[in-house]
Ligand binder design. Structure first.
Ligand code: ADP
Ligand code: F6P
Length: 329
């Protein structure tokens, strides 16, 4: 979509689940905007901050020394009221009062839906920047925060492996990913897990028990089974319980990594990705492009219209799944 509106003042928000690298993206938006003589307003707490007019002026020094910080300096929230047209009317009125002519939303596809409605209903130019540890957004090979999350998970799983090995234990490790198995599959390959369960592939716990039994006969001394939280109802706790019923002699343990995967200093890959995407988001708005998300595909920066982002799903690589299975034999 191309609309040539003159933009003087940009708003930027972070919305949905926080992700390491969001600060690097905010920093990049602020510095690129200032370089292009635009003003930047930070909106606190995602869409809730638009509804409450929680605005802060962002200058170049406001984002000094933030690139290495996890979380988001603008804070984030889930704001269910934003699904109501009435709330969006208030939001638009507040943005206009603050003379914000365009919005950059750093978040997941839920956040882009809210932003896209502001564009459709009021003609506000909007660009999305994909920030979520889940890596589940169509239109980019990687989302901001994913690389940090898998490194955090892998570091934790390597440590769990030490105890698993020392005591001959099978560990069931639950990682995040309510609807997507990217974190689970990538950490499985990186840590050499014995098995991985993800939402994209149907889970058969009986089959898993058999597989683990065979594994042990080959004199493996320990086992790590990585379970994406959305792979099966009840998550890793359910899987551990059923496997224990089938293999009562096995010593098993359960670990849920939880929100440690969302925090921490972003990796260099996430800092660089966030810096490039934030920069490109501002450039797109200056060029009159909007209603789209910036992403990286095959090392090239690309804009994908929101409709396409919403219609499609980032696909798990079948090849990676197959390689993981072969390497875990
Ligand atoms: P993410 O952006 O990480 O996918 P959510 O799905 O929780 O996270 O969405 C974040 C916020 O975006 C929601 O709390 C809500 O304010 C807004 N949002 C999500 N879906 C919609 C929608 N269909 N219409 C309007 N706003 C939405
Ligand atoms: O940020 C995405 C995510 O980490 C999902 O994988 C997970 O299901 C969800 O957030 C949990 O978030 P919250 O605790 O905020 O509901």
């Amino acid at each position: 979509m191309k609309q040539n509106q003159v933009i003087r003042k940009l708003g930027v928000i972070t919305s949905g689940g926080d992700a390491p690298g969001m600060n690097a993206a905010i920093r990049s938006v602020v510095r690129t905007a200032i370089y292009n003589n635009l003003e930047v307003v930070g909106i606190m707490k995602g869409f809730a901050g638009i509804l409450n007019s929680q605005f802060i002026e962002l200058k170049s020094h406001s984002v000094s020394k933030t690139i290495s910080n996890g979380g988001t300096m603008l804070k984030s929230s889930r704001c269910p009221e934003f699904k109501e047209a009435k709330a969006r009317e208030i939001a638009y009125k507040n943005l206009k009062e603050k003379e914000i002519d365009a919005l950059i939303v750093i978040g997941g596809d839920g956040s882009f839906k809210g932003a896209s409605l502001l564009q459709q209903e009021f003609g506000l130019p909007v660009i999305g920047v994909p920030g979520t540890i889940d890596n589940d957004i169509f239109g980019t090979d990687y989302t901001i925060g994913f690389d940090t999350a898998i490194n955090t998970a892998a570091t934790a799983i390597d440590k769990i492996r030490d105890t698993a090995d020392s005591h001959n234990i099978v560990f069931f490790v639950e990682v995040m990913g309510r609807h997507a198995g990217f974190i689970a599959l990538h950490t499985s390959i990186a840590c050499g897990a014995e098995a991985v369960l993800i939402p994209e592939v149907e889970t058969d716990v009986k089959k898993l028990s058999k597989y683990l039994e065979l594994d042990r006969r080959k004199e493996k001394t320990s086992g790590i089974v990585i379970v994406a939280e959305g792979a099966v109802e009840g998550g890793a706790a359910y899987v551990a319980k059923v496997v224990k019923e089938h293999l009562p002699n096995y010593d098993t343990r359960l670990t849920t990594l939880g929100h440690i995967q969302r925090g921490g200093s972003p990796t260099c890959n996430d800092r660089i990705l966030a810096s490039l995407l934030g920069h490109e988001a501002v450039n797109a708005l200056i060029e009159g492009k909007n209603g789209a998300m910036v992403g990286v595909i095959n090392n090239h920066l690309k804009l994908t219209p929101f409709e396409e982002v919403f219609k499609n799903k980032n696909q798990i690589s079948k090849k990676m799944f197959e390689v993981d299975r072969i390497l875990s034999l």
